[in-house]
Design a protein around this ligand. Structure first.
Ligand code: CA
Ligand code: CA
Ligand code: CA
Length: 322
């Protein structure tokens, strides 16, 4: 029998927090947090919370490498978050020092760092007008475009150090693409949108969310065999936002069950492993936005009080020994 309480929650912080990410080694969690009128990047490590950025401008959407030594995020370049002249830039933090690495008039956003910390990738809207997008990558001090504006590529995600995945927008939604450092290849081509890829460390197994008018489902694609299988696909349930362990054996997601009448209809974290799907969070509020350690034993997520949405928390689920 499966013990549904094998993951135990630990609240890391409470506040106007968002966008948690856990390091591959599971030792560091980063997020963005509004304090006063300033949003900064915060870090939990060894039982202690530190503020990583202290710029008065808005710092959001952090990502970190395997050991937490490199953190990247996006920063609004004006003090006023509503300044029409403003745009997003990319900041990299390493060994306690930060550097702005992309600061053109384009919106450079959603940066991610490879597990070894050597590559930073992000999307750029080219001219600041939000009409086109390209993926850019910083490596060995040089920035290069990995896509053409006509590819309409966005939301890069690393699968190990070698592979980068992104979404490519077309007339009929978006497809997923895998880039191996040399070549980019479409890995889905269904009508509608495949979004939010989460890949194994070898880049061979990718989970993704299929968006549909009726409800969302999660699929597992094995790129070695070309086989796609449903990982979580109940009707009237939105299975969203997948995250996975390094070997692809553990999957976590945000589960919104619309079959339950309000107010019991709620959003919880679910986990799939050994062919079984199970709920791992309980109680009121919205539980979502999972990020998983490489070993599949730790999952960071975001909790929101549905009655008072500025009451939020960053929570760490830790697997308990049998
Ligand atoms: Ca700030
Ligand atoms: Ca910019
Ligand atoms: Ca579904």
């Amino acid at each position: 029998m499966i013990d549904t309480n094998r993951f135990r929650p630990k609240v890391l912080t409470v506040g106007v927090v968002g966008a948690p990410q856990i390091s591959g080694d599971g030792k560091t969690v980063v997020w963005n947090q509004l304090v006063g009128d300033n949003v900064d990047i915060y870090r939990y490590c060894d039982g202690q919370i530190d503020r990583i950025s202290s710029d008065p401008r808005q710092d959001i959407h952090p990502s970190l490498n395997h050991d937490g030594s490199v953190i990247t995020w996006t920063r609004w370049n004006k003090l006023d978050p509503k300044d029409p002249e403003g745009n997003f830039d990319v900041v990299v933090w390493k060994d306690g020092r930060e550097q702005t690495v992309a600061e053109t008039r384009a919106n450079e956003s959603d940066p991610v760092v490879s597990p070894d910390g050597a590559k930073i990738a992000w999307e750029s809207d080219v001219d600041g007008n939000n009409r086109q997008s390209v993926i850019q990558c910083l490596e060995n001090g040089k920035i290069r475009d990995l896509t053409q504006p006509s590819d309409n590529a966005a939301f890069p995600v690393f699968g190990g150090n070698q592979h980068l995945f992104w979404r490519s927008y077309g007339a009929d939604g978006s497809d997923l693409v895998r880039f191996d450092g040399q070549n980019a290849q479409k890995i889905t081509n269904q009508p509608g949108s495949e979004v939010k890829p989460a890949a194994s460390k070898d880049g061979q197994v990718v989970f993704y969310q299929k968006v549909s008018d009726s409800d969302d489902d999660l699929f597992r694609l094995d790129l070695k065999t070309g086989q796609t299988e449903l990982a979580a696909g109940l009707k009237k349930v939105d299975e969203d936002w997948p995250s996975t362990s390094a070997d692809g054996s553990v999957l976590a997601w945000t589960n919104f069950d619309r079959r339950l009448p309000l107010p019991t209809a709620n959003t919880q974290i679910y986990v799939r492993e050994n062919g079984e799907n199970r709920q791992v969070t309980f109680g009121p509020g919205i539980h979502g936005q999972t990020s998983m350690s490489d070993d599949g034993n730790k999952i960071a997520y975001h909790w929101i009080n549905s009655a008072f949405i500025n009451n939020r928390a960053i929570v760490l689920l830790e697997r308990q020994p049998d």
